[in-house]
Each structure stands twice: as C-alpha cells, then as structure tokens.
Design a protein around this ligand. Structure first.
Ligand code: ADP
Length: 270
C-alpha cells in the first residue's frame, strides 16, 4: 500500500509518497505552488521516478495554501497539523517548530505526542519570509541559495533596521553603495529576519528541541542567526522542506489503513 501527501505552498509544491512501513519511497519538489502547474509536475516526477501511478495510491491528502485546488486529493488537512505530524516523525524530541516558507512564517508548539498545542502565523507581510530573502538576494545579484555562504564570510554584522521589504531593500542598496562588505550586510539581513521570526516564535513559548523547517531552513545564514538570537541550538532535518508533505502522507496512510481494517472486520462479521 502507498499513500501520497502533497504540500502546495505559495511558491513550491512538495510531494512525499510513503509505503505501509511509513518509509519514504520518493519526495519531489516542483517550482510553482497554488494555482500553477507545480503540483502536477511534482506528481509526474514522483511517478516517473518510482513507476507508481494513481492506481497504486490508496489515499491522497493535500495540505498547504493551495490544498483546496488539488482535484486528485481524497482529503485536505491544514498545514499546521501536517507539519506537526511530519516533524514529530523525523525529530521526535522537537517541541517547537519554526517554519519559514516563501510567503509566511509559522511557529508551533508540540506536546510529547507530537500534537500541536499552540500556533502563531504571519502571512500578512513579507518581512521575515523567504520572499524577503529573495528580494535581498537580487540586490547582491545572487540566487537565494547563495546568501548563506555569503554571510558566513562576515567579520561583523551591519544592522538592517527596516523590516518592511521595500524599505529594507533601499537600506541594503545604500549600505552597499557606502562600500560596506556584502558579507556583513548579508549577515545583517539574516539577523533582521531572525529577530522578526524569534519574536513570532516567542509568542508560542520556545521549548527545545527547536526544529526549523520550510525551504528557508536550507539557508545556513538563517540557521546561524536564529540560533544566535534565540541563544539555543536549532535542529534542521535534511527533509526540512518536506515536513508538511510527509505529515500529509503519514495521515493518508493512517486513514487508508483504518479503511482497510474496517473492510476486513466487516468481512469477518458478515
Ligand atoms: P512555500 O510552502 O510557501 O512554497 P517553502 O517552505 O517551500 O515555501 O519554501 C520556499 C522558500 O524557500 C522560497 O522563498 C525559497 O527562496 C526558499 N528556498 C528554497 N530553497 C532554498 C535554498 N537552497 N536556500 C535558501 N532558501 C531556499
């Protein structure tokens, strides 16, 4: 039996297929989130890599911003629940999740069973999100994936005081025009994002282990800055961008197995 979870975000579609043993068979990410061809591209790639097709999938759960628009899904589940399940599976000791995506930031508190007990979210403004970092990367003429290694070369941190992406972009341009070292400015950008995110996370109460998830967790500059601002170690799984999709796949597997058990007990009763 196989179950599929798909997390359709604002910028990227992530997909995970698990088998009966809860083992990940394949995970794919496609550029383009809600309202784009991204979700179907993620499906095509997963099926191509595994030789599986829709007939092999017992249950599909969609989560994320675009979850309501994915026709093949049997069910939709909120990303809060799915991130909780996915992180608990990968990092059972995590009690706080900070998820930084393309256009939003979430902070979740988990209990010992991996259930979400509190959460906070900023989806109203780009400050502290992947979008903020993408705009800043463009100023350096870099890809966002290169910002982390740039800031690793910093020998001091240039304070970026504006949190609004538009004003912060001008501030960064003027710092670079004043011949500040790009690495030091990049470190300041990461610190500004980390402060913003830490203030959101503090509203759920930060308890270790702290897991950082979402595509932005792949930015080592953010991981370093956030652990400095929080004064605590942060755990990042190599699967950090897939935790929502993984949670959806695990919930889909559980639902499919429950349906199967019901069928079996009905046959016995008959
Ligand atoms: P969403 O669910 O909102 O689409 P994701 O959690 O998939 O968001 O994360 C997307 C964000 O992650 C984008 O802003 C993207 O720039 C950032 N991102 C993806 N890969 C990397 C990387 N290697 N380094 C830094 N940032 C990354």
């Amino acid at each position: 039996m196989h179950a599929l979870g798909i997390d359709i975000g604002s910028t990227t579609s992530k997909l995970v297929i698990v088998d009966t043993e809860r083992k990940v068979i394949v995970s794919t990410a496609a550029a383009g989130g809600a309202g784009t061809s991204g979700p179907l591209k993620a499906v095509d790639e997963a099926f191509r890599k595994t030789d599986l097709g829709w007939n092999d999938i017992a249950m599909t759960i969609a989560t994320g911003y675009g979850r309501l628009a994915f026709a093949p899904a049997n069910k939709q589940v909120s990303e809060i629940t799915c991130h909780g399940v996915g992180v608990h599976h990968l990092l059972p000791l995590a009690r706080t999740i900070i998820d930084i995506g393309g256009q939003d930031v979430k902070a979740l508190a988990l209990n010992n069973d991996g259930n979400v007990t509190r959460f906070q979210m900023n989806d109203k403004c780009a400050a502290g999100t992947g979008r903020f970092l993408e705009v800043m990367a463009r100023v350096f003429e870099l890809d966002v994936s290169e910002l982390g290694s740039l800031s690793a070369r910093a020998d001091s941190i240039i304070e970026i005081s504006n949190t609004c992406v538009v004003f912060a972009e001008s501030e960064v341009i003027s710092r670079l025009a004043a011949s500040e070292k790009p690495a030091n400015v990049a470190a300041g950008i990461h610190q500004a994002v980390a402060r913003r995110v830490a203030s959101l996370a503090s509203r759920v109460g930060i308890v270790s282990d702290i897991a950082l998830t979402g595509g932005v967790a792949k930015n080592s500059g953010i991981v370093t800055a956030l652990s400095q601002v929080l004064g605590q170690m942060i755990v990042v799984s190599p699967q950090c961008q897939f935790t929502g999709a993984l949670g959806a796949a695990l919930l889909a597997l559980k639902a499919a197995q429950a349906t199967d058990n019901n069928k079996d007990s009905k046959v016995v009763a008959d």
